[in-house]
Ligand binder design. Structure first.
Ligand SMILES: Cc1cc2nc3c(=O)[nH]c(=O)nc-3n(C[C@H](O)[C@H](O)[C@H](O)COP(=O)(O)OP(=O)(O)OC[C@H]3O[C@@H](n4cnc5c(N)ncnc54)[C@H](O)[C@@H]3O)c2cc1C
Length: 467
């Protein structure tokens, strides 16, 4: 891990060291593409490291015939290229991963083999570490730091500004990739600490965000510790609704069934879980996976995305699919970037002054407000009050770009919620509680308007040109 030189040139710079960034970096380094990976794991813990690293066997072996059911998506907003990508690459990428990290079968899945048999939360940590080690063996460079800005001139990104221990740094690159994860950390009932503010930075620099309002939720979550409650954690546990057994939560229907059949009508009723070890916590659905992010083929054209930071993987069930999807996407992107002949621009830029420390209280303030837009408390008026608050806060935080970018993301999310006047999949609006068939196959696109300091949202068919 290097940080000696705070100014670096590289063919590709990747922001994010979870499974998505690590796999792309490894595949690029194998192709001898000069690559720097920069990650801020001290502050934004990669979700990949907390994960079990499970992969669904049917997804590895998917074919033209099976892919539509394996990757089913009742939200109807999946990227049309997603299934073809999985059919073409899932098997080969899994085999390549399994040569680095041994995997073994467990039921319908395969999981990383560890000291003890079976599923282990945290096994994703070993997977990511070993892939990153291979990346470095192939000559790749890792930097510790927090990306703070993209320098864009004339529609091209010249590179990334970042800071490390208060010192500003820069990486000049021909291609920039965001693998900075999702933004579930922006929600009170979201998993992980990643607020996704870099998506706001990307929007501030002219990029387009898609599908932000859609999330996958785990049906059973511990709201106090913001973690999913998997079946093996719930062995011997009691699920209670207002102190009485929550019998309707028994059974093994999928997360979406439980959300639409049960939680939508019970979100404001207190639920608790009593675990076999005596611990208790508030029980409810938790948001575990951002379906939206950077829109496909957006501008600036040399900023790309992979992993949860990218729109494109809308799925009703994520069990055992995100890791594999990001392997396939990483391979595809590595191939594309290796073919690009563009060199690093000779135009330089300064690393900028030290970034002011971000306002650590802001994410919690946003979380509290957004929570009232995600259940029966939602109203259009409340959403507009929040948008006005975001604009006021941006003025107050004008020198602190991380806070500004977080507020842009929060506004983009809220405007996407306002634009989708229906309930669909895990997305719920009490004023429009059913699906609107006219919105089938429609995704939201958000663009930040610098002059007006506001975000514009449009709905357009999946695969169509953006606003
Ligand atoms: C508890 C749990 C269990 C799961 N289990 C599985 C499973 O078994 N199988 C499966 O397929 N999926 C699983 N998932 C889903 C999967 O873990 C995630 O979808 C996936 O890890 C996301 O990977 P990523 O690389 O996109 O993002 P992350 O792993 O979140 O990585 C993001 C990276 O970006 C960095 N970063 C962010 N902002 C900046 C910045 N400004 N500057 C520098 N660096 C930055 C972070 O530090 C981090 O390194 C699970 C999820 C959860 C929550």
């Amino acid at each position: 891990m290097l940080n000696d030189a705070l100014s670096t040139r590289s063919q590709v710079v990747i922001v994010g060291g979870g499974i998505a960034g690590a796999w792309l970096a490894y595949r690029l380094a194998q192709r001898e593409v000069r690559t720097v990976l920069i990650a801020d794991d001290d502050r934004a813990q990669p979700l990949s490291r907390a994960a079990a690293g499970l992969i669904m066997q049917d997804a590895i072996h998917c074919t033209d015939r099976t892919a539509p059911s394996v990757f089913a998506d009742s939200s109807t907003t999946q990227d049309p290229r997603y299934q073809a990508r999985m059919i073409e690459r899932a098997r080969a990428e899994f085999d390549a991963l399994a040569r680095i990290v041994p995997y073994g079968p467990v039921g319908d899945f395969v999981c990383p083999l560890g000291p003890t048999p079976g599923i282990r939360l945290g096994a994703g940590d070993d997977v990511v570490r070993q892939v990153l080690a291979r990346f470095e063996e192939h000559g790749g460079t890792r930097l510790r730091g927090r990306a703070t800005d993209f320098v864009v001139t004339g529609g091209t990104c010249l590179g990334v500004r970042y800071e490390h221990e208060g010192q500003p740094g820069k990486v000049l690159a021909a291609d920039v990739v965001l693998a900075s994860g999702g933004f579930t950390g922006l929600f009170e009932d979201g998993l992980g600490s990643g607020t996704g503010y870099l998506l706001g930075t990307y929007a501030r620099r002219g990029g387009c965000l898609a599908n932000l309002e859609l999330f996958n939720r785990f049906a059973l979550g511990d709201l106090d510790h913001r973690r999913p409650l998997y079946p093996f954690v719930l062995e011997g546990a009691h699920l209670l609704r207002s102190g009485e057994p929550a019998t309707e939560l028994a059974g093994d229907s999928n997360d979406l069934d439980v959300f639409t059949r049960y939680w939508i009508d019970n979100l404001d009723v207190p639920h608790t879980v009593e675990l076999a070890n005596g611990a208790t916590a508030r029980l409810g659905p938790v948001k575990g996976f951002s379906m939206g992010g950077i829109a496909s083929a957006s501008e600036p054209s040399n900023i790309h995305a992979t992993g949860e930071a990218e729109y494109g993987m809308s799925l009703d069930s994520v069990a055992g699919k995100p890791f594999l999807s990001f392997l396939a996407r990483g391979a595809e992107l590595a191939e594309t970037l290796a073919r690009r002949a563009t060199g690093v621009s000779t135009e330089d830029f300064d690393a900028g002054p030290p970034a002011p420390p971000p306002d650590n209280a802001l994410p919690a303030a946003i979380q509290r407000r957004i929570a009232t837009l995600q259940d029966n408390r939602f109203s259009v008026e409340r959403a507009h009050t929040f948008l006005q608050w975001c604009a006021r806060e941006r003025v107050q935080h004008f020198a602190d770009t991380e806070s500004v970018d977080l507020l842009i993301l929060a506004e983009a999310y809220t405007r996407a919620v306002l634009a989708r006047r229906e309930s669909r999949g895990f997305f719920y609006r009490p004023d429009f509680p059913t699906i609107d068939p006219e919105l089938d196959n429609q995704i939201t696109h958000c663009r930040y308007d610098t002059d007006e300091d506001t975000v514009h949202v449009s709905l357009s068919p999946v695969g169509a040109a953006k606003v």
